[in-house]
Design a protein around this ligand. Sequence first.
Ligand SMILES: *[C@@H]1O[C@H](CO)[C@@H](O)[C@H](O)[C@H]1NC(C)=O
Ligand SMILES: *[C@@H]1O[C@H](CO)[C@@H](O)[C@H](O)[C@H]1NC(C)=O
Ligand SMILES: *[C@@H]1O[C@H](CO)[C@@H](O)[C@H](O)[C@H]1NC(C)=O
Ligand SMILES: *[C@@H]1O[C@H](CO)[C@@H](O)[C@H](O)[C@H]1NC(C)=O
Ligand SMILES: *[C@@H]1O[C@H](CO)[C@@H](O)[C@H](O)[C@H]1NC(C)=O
Ligand SMILES: *[C@@H]1O[C@H](CO)[C@@H](O)[C@H](O)[C@H]1NC(C)=O
Length: 310
Amino acid sequence: MPVALWRTGLVLGFLGFLGFCACLEQDCVLGMVGRPVSLPCFYPELSTFANFSVEWRRDDEVLLRAEWEEDGVVGEWSTESAAISADAALTGNLSLELPTVDPKEDQSYYSLFIISGENQSAPLCTVCLKIAASFSPPLLQREEAEREDETAFLCHSSGGFPEPAVYWLINDTEEPPEGSVRTLAASLPDSRLYNVTSHLMVNISKDSRVSCIIQNLSMNQTLTSTSYGVRGSPPVSRASKAMWIFSTALCVVVGVMVIAGVAYQIHLDRISKRKKDEYNRKHLKRGYKRRHLYREETVAMKPEPEETDV
Ligand SMILES: *[C@@H]1O[C@H](CO)[C@@H](O)[C@H](O)[C@H]1NC(C)=O
Ligand SMILES: *[C@@H]1O[C@H](CO)[C@@H](O)[C@H](O)[C@H]1NC(C)=O
Ligand SMILES: *[C@@H]1O[C@H](CO)[C@@H](O)[C@H](O)[C@H]1NC(C)=O
Ligand SMILES: *[C@@H]1O[C@H](CO)[C@@H](O)[C@H](O)[C@H]1NC(C)=O
Ligand SMILES: *[C@@H]1O[C@H](CO)[C@@H](O)[C@H](O)[C@H]1NC(C)=O
Ligand SMILES: *[C@@H]1O[C@H](CO)[C@@H](O)[C@H](O)[C@H]1NC(C)=O
């Protein structure tokens, strides 16, 4: 059996090596900060081993160790709440589940080893993990320019990973002249997420459109904020926010008015129903009396035609 293990180990080691090469070509698993991620690994022939254990390691640090014996007893130990599925030995699904990921683990390699007795296989799976976090929508503001003939803009976005590409466009197509842009990306010390601030200082006409674009290439995320016209209207991101607040407030006000209207109508209906009931009660009595009278009249008048007939 150990020989077989070594042979499969060699083959799978080679496959793992191929996987490693694929990783170098940026074919990594993408983990989003604060969200769980699964690092895939499948090895269906596990049931051919009697006593064995598997280990998931991150750059030589053991994250998880699970042990199986002939009777299927499982012992498991892990750090950072890493886990594999409970029936991994049956299904061969040895994928590693991480409940959350951190920018510190960006570009690290995770490998799975099978250990039987003293012997350890080459890595069965090697998966690289790339970390990303989404940037906030850029806030575009016009600033006081130092020179009369120039216009200054500030663009700010925060909480993303990795460092983004930041660029500006004038009238949707033109890049600003060289030297007019100053961008500063700061990695926050505890979270390692990035805050990015970019300044643009240009000499453009009043009706030019200015856009700030923040691109997170790892996530294929592009965020744009546009300012329509240098003077007058405020930047779009703020305007749309204001519109959003206004429309929400309008909806709430209209909703309250409709509810009040309906409640008032129900109230009016009740009052009028009560009045109608009273009215009906009175008139029913009167109607009864009238019918009564009518019958008396007809009864009283009946004998007359009989008399004429005779
Ligand atoms: C597996 O482990 C059990 C208990 O440790 C032992 O009795 C058994 O002989 C082992 N089997 C093999 C094939 O090594
Ligand atoms: C493998 O197991 C993981 C959980 O450990 C699960 O998320 C994943 O969907 C499974 N894959 C397959 C193909 O069953
Ligand atoms: C480890 O492998 C060697 C051959 O490479 C073998 O001689 C030895 O018995 C194996 N040890 C165990 C505990 O399986
Ligand atoms: C990063 O940006 C956020 C939001 O704009 C701000 O609250 C925070 O103070 C900034 N941190 C640093 C270190 O610049
Ligand atoms: C941008 O377009 C407006 C008209 O749409 C034009 O007046 C302005 O000069 C253009 N700005 C630049 C810098 O080309
Ligand atoms: C990026 O996203 C766009 C649409 O959102 C999609 O068409 C494109 O294929 C994506 N590219 C990659 C590399 O995922």
